[in-house]
Design a protein around this ligand. Sequence first.
Ligand SMILES: Cc1cc2nc3c(=O)[nH]c(=O)nc-3n(C[C@H](O)[C@H](O)[C@H](O)COP(=O)(O)O)c2cc1C
Length: 315
Amino acid sequence: MTYKVMGITAGRKNSNSEILLKEALMACEEAGAQITMVNLSDYTILDCTGCTACTMAMSQGKNAGCVLDKKDDKKRIMDVMLDQDAVIYSAPTYDLQPCALFTRFCQRSLAYETSFLEAIGAIERRARLAGLIAVGGSTRAWQSMALESMQAAMFTTDMKVVDMILATRVPGNGQCVLNDELIARAHKMGENIMTAIQTPVEDRHWLGDEDMGWCPNCHSNALVLGEPQWDGVSYEVECQVCGCGGTLEKVDGKWKFVIDPVNGRLKDRTTVEGRQLHLDEIGYTQGAMFYANPENMKLAQQKKQKYIDKKYPAV
Ligand SMILES: Cc1cc2nc3c(=O)[nH]c(=O)nc-3n(C[C@H](O)[C@H](O)[C@H](O)COP(=O)(O)O)c2cc1C
């Protein structure tokens, strides 16, 4: 069986993100995978307009696509991307996070919410895998939200992340080629992806560096103090990426994030069930409280007028 692996990068042409991605893809190719690769800078990707036409249609069980489908290259890429066994993404870090091109591409994925498209039979049901490579000039100190933001972009298309690399201290064009260890690690990512592809879906698990990150669920490095959520659920500490909740405990002199064994995984955004709870939240907060309540709609329209009438000089 030939597996399909795609590479998507948002880095400079022939530079670090693209090189590390190609190294990972070469390992997949060596293992017999069919490879496709795009550098997003070769394509036109427009910003999501926030029109919500896609999600409005979804709530009625219909696939409206995206209003920008014919205006740029997003759909062309998605048609191939959603037909893959695995996708490896790489992006440069700008201002601690992935660059805008990567984010713009991913934030256009709402119209391609895979669990919905699969449920209505618009696309083939697949267990998709992902590997993430964030590239930066600094150490983690200046890439503190890079991988975490890339992880956050995986939920909509239900990509199971099995490996991540934070490629640090490679600011110059193509500088990563001087770091043999980093190149070898990128190759290993390709091997890990192929191992995961050939593992039964229910047994697929994290293959990246064992001690990576604070969160034992998604391996992110981002924890926040919990606050009561819309449905009353509250945790002392939450993973900012996957939403698992728990507390910090000191084990053998080291702080550890321990997920609450009872309900700590309730909001796990890496699962369809966890994300469904967020759809319930939207249904309540936006749907029942606002759009479905004529009194609230009328009141908001009245109160908005003051802001619509107020004009300031622009530049
Ligand atoms: C606008 C801009 C902002 C950047 N911000 C960061 C940053 O916050 N942290 C960091 O580690 N590197 C930062 N860098 C460096 C790039 O991440 C680095 O040059 C990287 O190698 C680019 O990847 P590429 O070679 O694949 O294009 C920044 C570069 C630019 C152009």
